[in-house]
Write a protein that binds this ligand. Structure first.
Ligand SMILES: Nc1nc2c(ncn2[C@@H]2O[C@H](COP(=O)(O)OP(=O)(O)O)[C@@H](O)[C@H]2O)c(=O)[nH]1
Ligand SMILES: [Mg+2]
Length: 392
């Protein structure tokens, strides 16, 4: 994966942070500055880079790590969480096995559609689907031959007709052809243009209206960086894009910006292309991707440790409570936990025998009491918390 600059930038910022003796505001500021610069170098839009940097900074300065977790590690965890969220949510391709789905590939010429069709067909074959491919590219000379070469290797039939120049007709004929055969998925490869973009978008619209695709993939070349945003928007306005595939990330210095821009459109990035070979396609997961950028082994160990410490902290509190040595802070924590679980009434309803036993008014009264208690505790000083008798 050649998002080297992004990876190196992130890893060197983290290394510097982890090497600091103590974490103070200066160090955090330096860390987020490094982060900001790294994102800009990967062609992330300034506004986007500033937003994610500000979130990391705020959390790094304000959040208290669970007891036992070094503050540095906690900040790395924050970075991991914020960068993952920045790249969108986890998407999934869910095609039913009991009916035929049509998948339409759109994108400008050279973005990697035809290459992706082969990769995607291979991916679906591995998942047990019966796949057919339609060539509706009537524009590029040799399009059908290119597609057939890609698909022959994996034993997938390509429907096409070099003499037919009507892409809409071809699409619909191809879909019908494979429906009769009982395929699970039909992938329709389309053409792209450089200059006549309007014509391209019109053609996509007509094909889409004719075959009603179950899923439309927009294929974007990752080397164009943040320009992905405008391209994705233009297509989405014409045909609803169900998922984005970013290609050529193996050589894209601007790959970070491409991913960020695509995520910002709100559509899920479902796959990434990482090379010219048929196996160079990956299902995209923001958390896995960021984990790898930051060094997966390290981040995984760190997340596990953080989780363990969070649970331990809970268990310690629980121990104090069952042994009768509950502090006021523990009480507050317990009240919070109850509140998090929903209303007291709902909670009590879950206990057999109790549900019918309590009157609604009682319950409302108890809920109010909990809120009052929480306010009282919040306004207590540390001394008062340690020795509540002081209050009287
Ligand atoms: N390095 C690299 N090259 C790619 C990738 N995907 C596609 N390509 C190359 O990009 C060029 C255009 O791809 P093609 O599939 O014909 O694009 P189309 O016009 O959208 O169908 C070809 O030379 C491909 O080999 C990728 O993930 N990595
Ligand atoms: Mg093509």
């Amino acid at each position: 994966m050649a998002l080297e600059r992004l990876r190196d930038g992130l890893q060197s910022a983290v290394k510097k942070l982890l090497g600091a003796d103590t974490i103070d505001e200066e160090i955090v500021k330096e860390f987020v500055n490094d982060l900001f610069k790294t994102l800009l170098q990967a062609d992330v839009q300034v506004k986007q880079a500033a937003d994610v940097t500000a979130r990391v900074k705020k959390r790094a300065l304000e959040e208290k790590p669970p007891p036992g977790l070094p503050r540095k590690d906690h900040i790395v965890k924050i970075l991991y969480e914020e960068l993952s969220a920045f790249l969108g949510t986890e998407g999934k391709v869910d095609l039913p096995a009991d009916k035929m789905s049509t998948v339409l590939m759109v994108g400008i010429q050279g973005s990697g559609k035809t290459t992706v069709v082969g990769k995607l067909a291979r991916h679906l074959l591995k998942g047990g689907y019966k796949v057919g491919v339609v060539c509706a590219d009537t524009f590029r000379p040799g399009a059908l031959v290119q597609l057939r070469t890609n698909c022959e290797k994996i034993g997938v039939e390509v429907f096409g007709d070099e003499k037919e120049k009507d892409a809409v007709k071809l699409s619909s004929q191809g879909v019908d052809h494979f429906r009769v055969q009982g395929k699970n998925v039909v992938i329709v490869d389309t053409s792209g243009r450089h200059k006549e973009e309007k014509g391209l978008l019109d053609e996509m619209k007509m094909i889409s209206a004719k075959i009603h695709p179950d899923l439309t993939f927009l294929v974007i070349d990752g080397t164009i960086g943040q320009q992905c945003y405008a391209q994705a928007e233009a297509f989405h306005k014409t045909v609803p894009v169900g998922g984005i595939i970013i290609t050529k990330l193996d050589g894209a210095a601007k790959g970070g910006g491409a991913l960020a821009a695509a995520a910002a459109t709100g559509a899920n990035i479902l796959f990434i292309g990482t090379g010219e070979r048929i196996d160079d396609l990956e299902a995209f997961s923001p958390t896995r991707f960021v984990g790898r950028l930051l060094g997966l082994g390290d981040i995984k160990a760190l997340l596990e440790k953080a989780k363990e410490l969070e649970t331990e902290a809970d268990e310690e509190k629980l121990q104090r409570i069952v042994s009768g040595k509950m502090t006021i802070d523990d009480l507050y924590y317990q009240l919070e936990q109850v509140r998090k679980m929903g209303s007291l009434r709902k909670l009590l309803e879950l206990i057999p025998g109790l549900s019918g036993a309590m009157k609604d008014e009682d319950m409302v009264g108890m809920e109010k009491n909990i809120e009052t208690w929480k306010f009282v505790i919040q306004s207590m000083t540390r001394e008062e918390k340690n020795d509540p008798d002081l209050l009287n």
